[in-house]
Design a binder for this molecule. Sequence first.
Ligand SMILES: [Zn+2]
Length: 118
Amino acid sequence: MKKIKVRVIIENVNFLELIDRVEIFKVLNGGWASFKFYQCKCCGEIYVTELHNVKDVEAYDNNCIQCNMELKKNLLDYPMQILLNNKVVNTNIDLTFMADVENSIVKEFYLLPTIARF
Ligand SMILES: [Zn+2]
């Protein structure tokens, strides 16, 4: 599985049960690219897909590159849900934010491949 570079905004979020803040990545979608994140709920690995491929994720039949669990049954709707201390937590994170390119970084994520159609 290949990695691609995605521009993200990092938001540090407090959770009641944790002392340390948690870094959550939000996609900075622009005119040239639009992405959606998922997270493996078994190991926490973050995956990205292009928005127009989101509907294909349920049909995706590969296993997680880190923990080898079946991805289609184990993908969280990151960052609305995240894996935190081995539990799935709803973040209620606000995804409507100003596109602030100066406060964004480029980070590599595993790309869920497009499913071939014949
Ligand atoms: Zn995994």
